[in-house]
Design a binder for this molecule. Structure first.
Ligand SMILES: *Cc1c(COP(=O)(O)O)cnc(C)c1O
Length: 399
């Protein structure tokens, strides 16, 4: 995928896709990303943070499918002061795009060459064990440059993170290090987005927070300049006491609230729209089977509209017959199996739909909105996965 400016006379085209120079990116199906929405969300979120707390924009997985560089720049314009990525490669891409903001690599980097690349590109690795820490010390000695890095602790996520019970050994090791610049201490919440009537989710978050506070007390003597952070989007919106010095926000930055019940009014703007064109319209009699497997039969004389987007673009086949498209603020039901490259709408009630009409599969159109949550609820997925699911074949327009 690539970013393109939406002015039709002035499309910025990624050179890796020179074929695009000859074709309108809106020929068939595409993504539209709004930096204005991202910037406004960043601003809005910062306005909710406790005093002194800053915003890390989490732009991993190509900015949740929105384009990492676009998201990073818009978030920084909105006040974000650091960026979070999952992989070394994602970090390098941002540096190569000229971004100089502090970048934390959230994933685990264990290979010496990869850690050396972190040092070279000024990317902060996340340290999860002593071996990594010692490796960083020796790499820094080799190059004569202090290694900025962050420590992650496992407070209950049971994924990455240093064992909270082994902190004395870590501190002992730390005392011998001279080339390490510890810029942050963090942990990750497992249940912050889970609404749970019996309070179990809340108590898990509480226990994680207590463990995190314990870690911070252990490191209190070296607290100078160390950024403490714990909350993802859900933690940020759920409870101010989870904010500490910084919050790491992904989903909410993209305009989606991870909490089912929002405590306060939240004005988040969805930053992504998925659009596609009608490529054929046909009138059919009642009783006609539609698409592979004839999963749908027309129940009346119908007008069907074929749209050029399918599961190879990121609209899961599991959504077949369960979703709608939006056309000028009206919902048009999708019928029959979603195929690799195309899907069919029942446009009987929407006679204005014609070849070349643009429909919105996800996002806002005419005052209505189709959310990633509405899709993920139908398939047992989550909004995060929906957003990351749009594929390379969809050109990305920055609008
Ligand atoms: C992805 C990620 C986040 C952001 O999570 P959201 O729920 O999208 O806000 C924060 N911290 C870490 C460690 C992550 O991996």
């Amino acid at each position: 995928m690539q970013d393109l400016l939406c002015d039709p006379d002035d499309l910025i085209v990624d050179s890796r896709h020179s074929w695009m120079n000859r074709a309108d990116p809106r020929q068939r199906a595409w993504l539209e990303v709004s930096p204005a929405a991202l910037q406004s969300n960043a601003r809005n979120l910062i306005g909710r943070l406790v005093k002194g707390c800053s915003l890390m924009a989490v732009v991993k997985a190509d900015g949740y499918g929105h384009g990492a560089v676009t998201v990073a720049k818009a978030s920084i314009d909105g006040g974000a002061t650091s960026l979070g990525v999952a992989t070394l490669q994602e970090g390098i891409e941002l540096r190569q795009a000229g971004l100089q903001t502090p970048i934390l690599v959230l994933g685990n980097i264990t290979d010496a060459e990869d850690l050396r690349a972190c040092l070279h590109w000024h990317l902060m690795p996340t340290i999860n064990d002593l071996t990594q820490l010692l490796l960083c010390e020796s790499l820094a000695k080799d190059t004569g440059r202090k290694f900025d890095l962050q420590l992650k602790f496992d407070t209950g996520m049971t994924r990455l993170g240093y064992d909270v019970n082994k902190i004395p050994r870590l501190i002992e090791t730390f005392n011998d290090l001279t080339e390490i610049n510890l810029t942050g201490i963090y942990s990750h919440l497992a249940m912050a987005n889970v609404d749970n009537g019996n309070g179990k989710a809340n108590s898990v978050t509480e226990i994680q927070q207590k463990k995190f506070d314990f870690v911070l007390r252990e490191f209190a003597s070296r607290d100078k300049g160390i950024c403490r952070h714990l909350a993802n989007s859900a933690g940020t919106l759920r409870n101010d006491s989870l904010h500490y010095d910084m919050v790491r926000v992904g989903l909410a930055l993209y305009g989606h609230n991870p909490l089912q019940s929002s405590p306060q009014h939240l004005d988040l703007k969805p930053a992504l729209a998925v659009k596609a064109k009608v490529t054929m319209v046909k009138d059919v009699p009642s009783g006609v089977g539609v698409s592979y497997g004839h999963q749908f039969y027309t129940k009346r004389k119908s007008r069907l509209a074929v749209v050029g987007i399918g599961y190879a673009d990121g609209i899961s086949r599991a959504l077949s017959g369960k979703i709608s498209a939006l056309f000028k603020g009206r919902f048009v039901p999708q019928v029959g199996s979603i195929t690799m490259d195309q899907l069919v709408l029942d446009a009987t009630q929407c006679p204005e739909l014609r070849v070349g009409s643009v429909v919105t599969m996800l996002g806002e159109d005419g005052g209505k909105c189709i959310t990633p949550q509405s899709w993920s609820d139908l398939t047992g997925s989550i909004p995060w996965e929906v957003l990351c699911g749009f594929k390379h074949r969809l050109p990305r327009l920055v609008v």
